[in-house]
Design a protein around this ligand. Structure first.
Ligand code: G3P
Length: 219
C-alpha cells in the first residue's frame, strides 16, 4: 500500500517525509488555505515547496465549476512542478475536464467520490486516481469502507488502471481496513500517521530491555 499524507502543512510534511515512507501528498482548498493562513505564503508557493519535498504525486484542487475553467487551472497548476496531480470534483463538468487534462499528460485525482457509480464514471474518464471519502460517509452513518470494497471489485472486474486513494481517513483502524481490502493508497492525516506507530507493549518492551541492559553495564 502506498502512503500519502493528507495535509498542506509544511512542517508535518517535512516530519513525515523524514520517515522515508511517503509516496505522495493530497491537499484540498481547506487544507491549503489553512497553510496559507498559518505561514502567510502564497498558495502556489506552498504547493511548489511540497513538490520539492516529496517525490510523488502532489494533489492540488481546482475551484472552477465548469470544465474550461478547470482545464485552464490544471494547466497553470501543472506549471508548478512535474509531480502536480490535479484534483477535480466528480461532476459532469469535472468528468469532461478530466479527459482533457489526462490527454495533456497531467495526472488527475477525482475527488469527493461517495458512490460506486461516481467511481465508475471517473475510471471511464481516465482518472489516474479516485478519492472515496470514507470518514465523511461514516459521519452520516454509512460504512465508508464498504464503498472502497465495492469499488475495488468493480475496478478489478474491468482491469481499470485508476488507483484508489482511501481518503477522509480519521483513525488508524481505517488504514488497517483499507490495507485488508487491498486499496492502492491511503492518504493519512499527520496525527493518524503518528498513532499508527504507537503500541503500549512496544514502549514497555523498550523500557524493560534498557533497564535489564543497564544492570550489567558495570560488569
Ligand atoms: O483527502 C480528503 C480529506 O482531506 C477530507 O478529509 O477529514 O475533511 O473528511 P475530512
Amino acid at each position: 500500500m502506498k502512503f500519502f499524507i493528507d495535509t498542506a502543512n509544511l512542517d508535518e510534511i517535512k516530519q513525515a517525509s523524514e520517515l522515508g515512507l511517503l509516496d505522495g501528498v493530497t491537499t484540498n482548498p481547506t487544507l491549503l488555505s489553512r497553510e496559507v493562513e498559518r505561514t502567510g505564503m502564497k498558495p502556489n508557493d506552498v504547493l511548489k515547496k511540497i513538490c520539492e519535498m516529496v517525490n510523488g504525486p502532489i494533489s492540488a484542487e481546482v475551484v472552477s465549476l465548469e470544465s474550461d475553467g478547470m482545464v485552464k487551472e490544471a494547466e497553470k497548476l501543472s506549471e508548478i512542478a512535474k509531480n502536480i496531480c490535479i484534483k477535480v470534483p466528480i461532476t459532469k463538468e469535472g468528468i469532461k475536464a478530466t479527459r482533457k487534462i489526462v490527454d495533456k499528460g497531467i495526472m488527475v485525482n477525482m475527488t469527493l467520490i461517495f458512490s460506486v457509480n461516481q467511481a465508475l464514471l471517473a475510471a471511464k474518464a481516465g482518472a489516474t486516481f479516485i478519492s472515496p471519502f470514507i470518514g465523511r460517509l461514516d459521519d452520516i452513518a454509512h460504512i465508508g469502507m464498504d464503498l472502497v470494497e465495492d469499488i475495488m471489485v468493480v475496478f478489478e472486474n474491468y482491469n481499470f488502471s485508476t488507483e484508489v486513494i482511501v481518503a477522509s481517513i480519521r483513525h488508524p483502524l481505517h488504514v488497517v481496513e483499507a490495507a485488508l481490502i487491498g486499496a492502492d493508497i491511503s492518504t493519512i492525516p499527520f496525527t493518524v500517521i503518528d498513532k499508527m506507530f504507537k503500541h503500549p507493549l512496544t514502549d514497555i518492551g523498550i523500557e524493560r530491555f534498557l533497564a535489564d541492559w543497564k544492570k550489567v553495564q558495570n560488569k
